[in-house]
Design a protein around this ligand. Structure first.
Ligand SMILES: [Zn+2]
Ligand SMILES: [Zn+2]
Length: 346
Protein backbone atom coordinates (compact mmCIF):
# COMPACT_ATOMS: atom_id res chain seq x y z
CA UNK A 1 0.00 0.00 0.00
CA UNK A 2 1.08 3.55 -0.70
CA UNK A 3 -0.19 6.60 1.14
CA UNK A 4 -0.92 9.47 -1.23
CA UNK A 5 -2.30 12.98 -0.81
CA UNK A 6 -5.78 13.65 -2.13
CA UNK A 7 -8.71 16.02 -1.93
CA UNK A 8 -11.84 14.45 -0.49
CA UNK A 9 -15.34 15.32 0.61
CA UNK A 10 -15.57 13.85 4.13
CA UNK A 11 -19.38 13.72 4.03
CA UNK A 12 -22.25 14.48 1.68
CA UNK A 13 -22.40 18.15 0.66
CA UNK A 14 -19.26 18.93 2.71
CA UNK A 15 -16.49 21.04 1.16
CA UNK A 16 -13.53 19.09 -0.16
CA UNK A 17 -10.37 19.15 1.93
CA UNK A 18 -6.86 17.82 1.71
CA UNK A 19 -6.36 14.36 3.18
CA UNK A 20 -4.46 11.15 2.51
CA UNK A 21 -5.68 7.84 1.11
CA UNK A 22 -4.15 4.40 0.60
CA UNK A 23 -3.54 3.07 -2.88
CA UNK A 24 -3.19 -0.70 -3.24
CA UNK A 25 0.15 -2.30 -4.05
CA UNK A 26 0.58 -2.91 -7.78
CA UNK A 27 -0.81 -6.33 -8.72
CA UNK A 28 0.02 -8.60 -11.67
CA UNK A 29 -1.90 -6.54 -14.27
CA UNK A 30 -1.88 -3.12 -12.58
CA UNK A 31 -0.16 0.08 -13.50
CA UNK A 32 0.70 2.83 -11.03
CA UNK A 33 0.02 6.24 -12.53
CA UNK A 34 1.48 9.53 -11.33
CA UNK A 35 -1.52 11.77 -11.90
CA UNK A 36 -0.62 15.09 -13.51
CA UNK A 37 -4.05 16.57 -14.21
CA UNK A 38 -7.63 15.81 -13.19
CA UNK A 39 -10.69 17.42 -14.76
CA UNK A 40 -13.70 18.55 -12.75
CA UNK A 41 -16.84 17.02 -14.20
CA UNK A 42 -20.34 18.17 -13.26
CA UNK A 43 -21.03 14.62 -12.13
CA UNK A 44 -18.36 15.02 -9.44
CA UNK A 45 -20.55 17.71 -7.93
CA UNK A 46 -23.76 15.68 -8.30
CA UNK A 47 -22.13 12.80 -6.43
CA UNK A 48 -20.52 14.85 -3.66
CA UNK A 49 -23.96 16.35 -3.04
CA UNK A 50 -25.73 12.96 -3.32
CA UNK A 51 -27.88 14.32 -6.12
CA UNK A 52 -27.99 10.88 -7.74
CA UNK A 53 -28.62 8.98 -4.52
CA UNK A 54 -26.65 7.68 -1.58
CA UNK A 55 -22.89 7.91 -2.03
CA UNK A 56 -19.74 6.59 -0.35
CA UNK A 57 -17.69 8.90 1.91
CA UNK A 58 -15.03 10.04 2.22
CA UNK A 59 -15.20 10.65 -1.54
CA UNK A 60 -12.23 11.51 -3.73
CA UNK A 61 -13.89 12.55 -6.99
CA UNK A 62 -12.26 12.74 -10.40
CA UNK A 63 -12.74 10.57 -13.47
CA UNK A 64 -10.86 12.64 -16.02
CA UNK A 65 -7.35 11.55 -15.21
CA UNK A 66 -4.18 12.18 -17.22
CA UNK A 67 -0.77 11.11 -16.00
CA UNK A 68 2.37 9.08 -16.51
CA UNK A 69 3.01 5.42 -15.70
CA UNK A 70 5.53 5.07 -12.88
CA UNK A 71 5.36 1.33 -12.15
CA UNK A 72 3.90 -1.74 -13.84
CA UNK A 73 2.94 -5.17 -12.51
CA UNK A 74 4.82 -8.23 -13.81
CA UNK A 75 1.94 -9.27 -16.10
CA UNK A 76 1.44 -5.88 -17.75
CA UNK A 77 1.94 -5.98 -21.51
CA UNK A 78 0.30 -2.81 -22.82
CA UNK A 79 2.21 -0.14 -20.89
CA UNK A 80 5.69 0.65 -19.63
CA UNK A 81 7.12 3.17 -17.19
CA UNK A 82 7.04 6.66 -18.70
CA UNK A 83 3.98 6.12 -20.90
CA UNK A 84 1.43 8.96 -21.02
CA UNK A 85 -1.94 7.54 -20.06
CA UNK A 86 -5.48 8.34 -19.08
CA UNK A 87 -8.22 6.86 -16.93
CA UNK A 88 -11.86 7.73 -17.37
CA UNK A 89 -15.09 6.90 -15.59
CA UNK A 90 -14.54 3.21 -14.87
CA UNK A 91 -11.68 1.08 -13.57
CA UNK A 92 -13.11 -2.43 -13.93
CA UNK A 93 -16.05 -4.50 -15.14
CA UNK A 94 -16.99 -8.19 -15.13
CA UNK A 95 -15.15 -8.69 -18.46
CA UNK A 96 -17.29 -11.70 -19.41
CA UNK A 97 -20.84 -10.51 -20.04
CA UNK A 98 -22.22 -9.88 -23.51
CA UNK A 99 -21.57 -6.14 -23.27
CA UNK A 100 -18.04 -6.43 -21.88
CA UNK A 101 -17.15 -8.91 -24.62
CA UNK A 102 -18.53 -6.45 -27.17
CA UNK A 103 -16.28 -3.66 -25.83
CA UNK A 104 -19.16 -1.87 -24.14
CA UNK A 105 -17.81 -2.15 -20.63
CA UNK A 106 -19.71 0.97 -19.62
CA UNK A 107 -22.90 -1.09 -19.91
CA UNK A 108 -21.52 -4.15 -18.08
CA UNK A 109 -24.51 -6.28 -17.12
CA UNK A 110 -23.02 -6.89 -13.70
CA UNK A 111 -22.21 -3.21 -13.27
CA UNK A 112 -18.94 -1.53 -14.15
CA UNK A 113 -16.74 -0.32 -11.31
CA UNK A 114 -16.76 3.47 -11.22
CA UNK A 115 -13.42 5.24 -10.81
CA UNK A 116 -14.69 6.74 -7.56
CA UNK A 117 -17.77 6.44 -5.37
CA UNK A 118 -17.76 2.72 -6.09
CA UNK A 119 -16.72 -0.57 -4.53
CA UNK A 120 -14.05 -2.45 -6.46
CA UNK A 121 -14.30 -6.15 -7.19
CA UNK A 122 -11.85 -6.63 -4.30
CA UNK A 123 -14.41 -5.08 -1.93
CA UNK A 124 -12.43 -1.88 -1.42
CA UNK A 125 -13.84 1.60 -2.11
CA UNK A 126 -12.55 3.34 -5.23
CA UNK A 127 -11.03 6.82 -5.08
CA UNK A 128 -10.71 9.11 -8.08
CA UNK A 129 -8.33 11.51 -9.69
CA UNK A 130 -8.12 14.39 -7.23
CA UNK A 131 -5.00 12.71 -5.88
CA UNK A 132 -1.31 12.22 -6.54
CA UNK A 133 -1.39 8.63 -7.78
CA UNK A 134 -3.80 5.89 -8.77
CA UNK A 135 -3.45 2.14 -9.34
CA UNK A 136 -5.55 0.75 -12.20
CA UNK A 137 -5.74 -2.53 -14.10
CA UNK A 138 -4.06 -2.02 -17.48
CA UNK A 139 -7.22 -3.05 -19.32
CA UNK A 140 -8.93 0.11 -18.07
CA UNK A 141 -6.08 2.46 -18.94
CA UNK A 142 -5.81 4.24 -22.29
CA UNK A 143 -2.87 5.79 -24.07
CA UNK A 144 -2.71 9.56 -24.55
CA UNK A 145 -1.08 10.20 -27.96
CA UNK A 146 2.06 12.37 -27.99
CA UNK A 147 0.31 15.13 -29.91
CA UNK A 148 -2.08 15.82 -27.04
CA UNK A 149 -0.96 17.84 -24.01
CA UNK A 150 -1.97 16.11 -20.78
CA UNK A 151 -3.86 19.06 -19.30
CA UNK A 152 -6.22 19.48 -22.25
CA UNK A 153 -6.45 15.71 -22.70
CA UNK A 154 -7.77 15.04 -19.18
CA UNK A 155 -11.35 16.21 -19.87
CA UNK A 156 -11.50 14.01 -22.96
CA UNK A 157 -11.67 10.98 -20.66
CA UNK A 158 -15.24 11.83 -19.68
CA UNK A 159 -16.51 14.87 -21.58
CA UNK A 160 -14.78 13.86 -24.81
CA UNK A 161 -15.96 10.27 -24.94
CA UNK A 162 -19.44 11.21 -23.72
CA UNK A 163 -19.91 13.24 -26.90
CA UNK A 164 -17.79 11.20 -29.30
CA UNK A 165 -19.73 7.99 -28.73
CA UNK A 166 -23.26 9.23 -29.61
CA UNK A 167 -21.96 11.46 -32.42
CA UNK A 168 -20.36 8.43 -34.03
CA UNK A 169 -23.21 6.02 -33.26
CA UNK A 170 -25.83 8.32 -34.78
CA UNK A 171 -23.80 9.19 -37.83
CA UNK A 172 -22.45 12.72 -37.39
CA UNK A 173 -20.48 13.38 -40.56
CA UNK A 174 -20.47 15.15 -43.92
CA UNK A 175 -23.93 16.11 -45.14
CA UNK A 176 -25.50 15.72 -41.69
CA UNK A 177 -26.93 18.54 -39.62
CA UNK A 178 -26.07 18.14 -35.97
CA UNK A 179 -27.14 20.32 -33.07
CA UNK A 180 -25.34 20.38 -29.76
CA UNK A 181 -27.64 21.45 -26.97
CA UNK A 182 -25.78 23.21 -24.17
CA UNK A 183 -22.45 25.00 -24.51
CA UNK A 184 -20.63 23.86 -21.39
CA UNK A 185 -17.97 21.30 -20.52
CA UNK A 186 -19.70 18.56 -22.52
CA UNK A 187 -21.19 20.76 -25.24
CA UNK A 188 -17.98 22.47 -26.26
CA UNK A 189 -16.40 19.05 -26.84
CA UNK A 190 -19.42 18.09 -28.93
CA UNK A 191 -18.90 21.15 -31.14
CA UNK A 192 -15.24 20.37 -31.72
CA UNK A 193 -15.74 16.67 -32.36
CA UNK A 194 -18.84 16.98 -34.57
CA UNK A 195 -17.06 19.64 -36.63
CA UNK A 196 -14.00 17.39 -37.01
CA UNK A 197 -16.29 14.55 -38.11
CA UNK A 198 -17.45 16.81 -40.93
CA UNK A 199 -21.00 17.58 -39.80
CA UNK A 200 -22.72 20.95 -40.13
CA UNK A 201 -22.85 22.00 -36.50
CA UNK A 202 -25.36 24.20 -34.70
CA UNK A 203 -25.12 25.20 -31.05
CA UNK A 204 -28.36 25.60 -29.15
CA UNK A 205 -27.62 27.51 -25.98
CA UNK A 206 -29.80 29.51 -23.59
CA UNK A 207 -28.33 32.80 -24.73
CA UNK A 208 -25.87 34.10 -27.29
CA UNK A 209 -23.34 34.85 -24.54
CA UNK A 210 -20.88 32.19 -25.75
CA UNK A 211 -21.55 32.60 -29.47
CA UNK A 212 -18.05 33.80 -30.35
CA UNK A 213 -16.54 30.78 -28.63
CA UNK A 214 -18.96 28.41 -30.31
CA UNK A 215 -18.12 29.68 -33.77
CA UNK A 216 -14.40 29.68 -32.99
CA UNK A 217 -14.55 26.06 -31.81
CA UNK A 218 -16.18 24.87 -35.01
CA UNK A 219 -19.92 25.62 -34.97
CA UNK A 220 -21.48 26.84 -38.23
CA UNK A 221 -24.55 28.33 -36.52
CA UNK A 222 -25.48 29.44 -33.03
CA UNK A 223 -29.00 30.00 -31.69
CA UNK A 224 -30.46 31.06 -28.35
CA UNK A 225 -33.08 28.69 -26.95
CA UNK A 226 -34.27 31.52 -24.72
CA UNK A 227 -35.71 33.11 -27.87
CA UNK A 228 -39.02 31.43 -28.87
CA UNK A 229 -38.41 32.36 -32.52
CA UNK A 230 -35.54 29.84 -32.54
CA UNK A 231 -38.02 26.97 -32.30
CA UNK A 232 -40.10 28.27 -35.22
CA UNK A 233 -37.08 28.98 -37.36
CA UNK A 234 -35.35 25.65 -36.79
CA UNK A 235 -38.38 23.33 -36.86
CA UNK A 236 -37.51 20.08 -38.66
CA UNK A 237 -33.84 21.05 -39.20
CA UNK A 238 -31.61 18.44 -37.66
CA UNK A 239 -30.62 14.84 -38.27
CA UNK A 240 -29.25 14.62 -34.77
CA UNK A 241 -29.43 16.65 -31.58
CA UNK A 242 -27.16 15.75 -28.70
CA UNK A 243 -28.43 17.16 -25.44
CA UNK A 244 -25.83 17.78 -22.76
CA UNK A 245 -28.23 19.57 -20.44
CA UNK A 246 -28.61 18.25 -16.89
CA UNK A 247 -31.44 20.63 -15.96
CA UNK A 248 -35.12 19.86 -16.63
CA UNK A 249 -35.81 20.29 -20.33
CA UNK A 250 -38.88 20.46 -22.60
CA UNK A 251 -37.93 17.44 -24.72
CA UNK A 252 -41.02 17.85 -26.87
CA UNK A 253 -39.86 21.26 -28.05
CA UNK A 254 -36.45 19.91 -28.99
CA UNK A 255 -37.86 16.84 -30.74
CA UNK A 256 -39.78 19.23 -33.01
CA UNK A 257 -36.43 20.51 -34.28
CA UNK A 258 -35.56 17.08 -35.71
CA UNK A 259 -36.08 16.04 -39.30
CA UNK A 260 -38.24 13.00 -39.98
CA UNK A 261 -36.61 9.98 -38.31
CA UNK A 262 -34.06 12.18 -36.61
CA UNK A 263 -32.62 11.33 -33.21
CA UNK A 264 -32.33 13.27 -30.00
CA UNK A 265 -29.52 11.64 -28.04
CA UNK A 266 -29.41 12.59 -24.39
CA UNK A 267 -26.19 12.49 -22.40
CA UNK A 268 -27.26 14.86 -19.62
CA UNK A 269 -28.25 13.34 -16.31
CA UNK A 270 -31.02 15.37 -14.66
CA UNK A 271 -31.75 14.52 -11.05
CA UNK A 272 -35.52 14.49 -11.67
CA UNK A 273 -37.65 12.47 -14.14
CA UNK A 274 -38.94 14.29 -17.22
CA UNK A 275 -42.36 14.08 -18.81
CA UNK A 276 -42.87 13.81 -22.55
CA UNK A 277 -45.86 13.77 -24.86
CA UNK A 278 -45.08 10.77 -27.05
CA UNK A 279 -46.86 12.32 -30.04
CA UNK A 280 -43.65 14.32 -30.52
CA UNK A 281 -41.90 11.01 -31.27
CA UNK A 282 -44.64 9.31 -33.26
CA UNK A 283 -45.33 12.22 -35.58
CA UNK A 284 -41.98 12.24 -37.34
CA UNK A 285 -40.82 8.71 -36.60
CA UNK A 286 -38.29 10.26 -34.29
CA UNK A 287 -36.10 8.61 -31.69
CA UNK A 288 -35.12 9.64 -28.20
CA UNK A 289 -31.91 7.88 -27.24
CA UNK A 290 -29.46 7.80 -24.36
CA UNK A 291 -25.74 7.33 -24.18
CA UNK A 292 -23.25 7.00 -21.35
CA UNK A 293 -19.51 7.54 -21.89
CA UNK A 294 -18.01 4.80 -24.13
CA UNK A 295 -16.12 1.52 -23.95
CA UNK A 296 -12.38 1.31 -23.40
CA UNK A 297 -11.50 0.62 -27.05
CA UNK A 298 -13.79 3.41 -28.17
CA UNK A 299 -12.19 5.77 -25.65
CA UNK A 300 -8.80 4.98 -27.19
CA UNK A 301 -10.26 5.57 -30.65
CA UNK A 302 -11.61 8.95 -29.46
CA UNK A 303 -8.19 9.99 -28.10
CA UNK A 304 -6.51 9.00 -31.36
CA UNK A 305 -9.18 10.93 -33.31
CA UNK A 306 -8.70 14.01 -31.11
CA UNK A 307 -4.91 13.87 -31.48
CA UNK A 308 -5.23 13.54 -35.25
CA UNK A 309 -7.54 16.57 -35.41
CA UNK A 310 -5.70 18.66 -32.80
CA UNK A 311 -8.62 18.59 -30.39
CA UNK A 312 -8.21 19.19 -26.68
CA UNK A 313 -10.61 20.64 -24.15
CA UNK A 314 -10.75 24.38 -23.46
CA UNK A 315 -9.63 24.51 -19.86
CA UNK A 316 -9.06 26.71 -16.83
CA UNK A 317 -6.16 25.23 -14.88
CA UNK A 318 -6.58 25.54 -11.11
CA UNK A 319 -4.76 24.63 -7.91
CA UNK A 320 -6.33 21.99 -5.67
CA UNK A 321 -7.08 24.65 -3.06
CA UNK A 322 -9.52 26.20 -5.55
CA UNK A 323 -11.70 23.10 -5.99
CA UNK A 324 -14.60 24.24 -3.81
CA UNK A 325 -14.72 27.62 -5.52
CA UNK A 326 -14.59 25.85 -8.88
CA UNK A 327 -17.61 23.73 -7.88
CA UNK A 328 -19.60 26.89 -7.21
CA UNK A 329 -18.57 28.31 -10.56
CA UNK A 330 -19.50 25.10 -12.42
CA UNK A 331 -22.94 25.26 -10.81
CA UNK A 332 -23.28 28.82 -12.05
CA UNK A 333 -22.11 27.83 -15.57
CA UNK A 334 -19.16 30.14 -15.02
CA UNK A 335 -16.32 28.14 -16.58
CA UNK A 336 -14.86 28.12 -20.07
CA UNK A 337 -15.11 25.23 -20.41
CA UNK A 338 -13.59 22.73 -18.03
CA UNK A 339 -11.70 23.18 -14.78
CA UNK A 340 -8.62 21.03 -14.61
CA UNK A 341 -6.72 20.53 -11.36
CA UNK A 342 -2.94 20.67 -11.49
CA UNK A 343 -2.40 17.74 -9.14
CA UNK A 344 1.12 18.92 -8.30
CA UNK A 345 -0.68 21.41 -6.02
CA UNK A 346 -2.43 18.76 -3.89
ZN1 LIG B 1 -17.80 12.95 -15.95
ZN1 LIG C 1 -19.65 -7.18 -17.92
Amino acid sequence: MTTVAAYAAPAAKAPLERTTIERRAVREHDVLIDIKFAGICHSDIHQVREGWGEAIFPMVPGHEIAGVVSEVGPGVTRFKVGDRVGVGCMVDSCRECENCLAGKEQYCLQGQTPTYNGIGRDGEPTYGGYSEKVVVDENFVVRIPDGLALDVAAPLLCAGITLYSPLKRFGAGPGRKVAVLGMGGLGHMGVKIAHAMGAEVTVLSQSLRKKDDGLRLGADHYHATGDPKTFEELRGSFDLIVSTVSAPLDFGAYLSLLKTEGTLANVGAPEEPVSLNLFSLIGGGRSLAGSMIGGIAETQEMLDFCAEHGIGAEIELIAASEINEAYERVENSDVRYRFVIDTATI
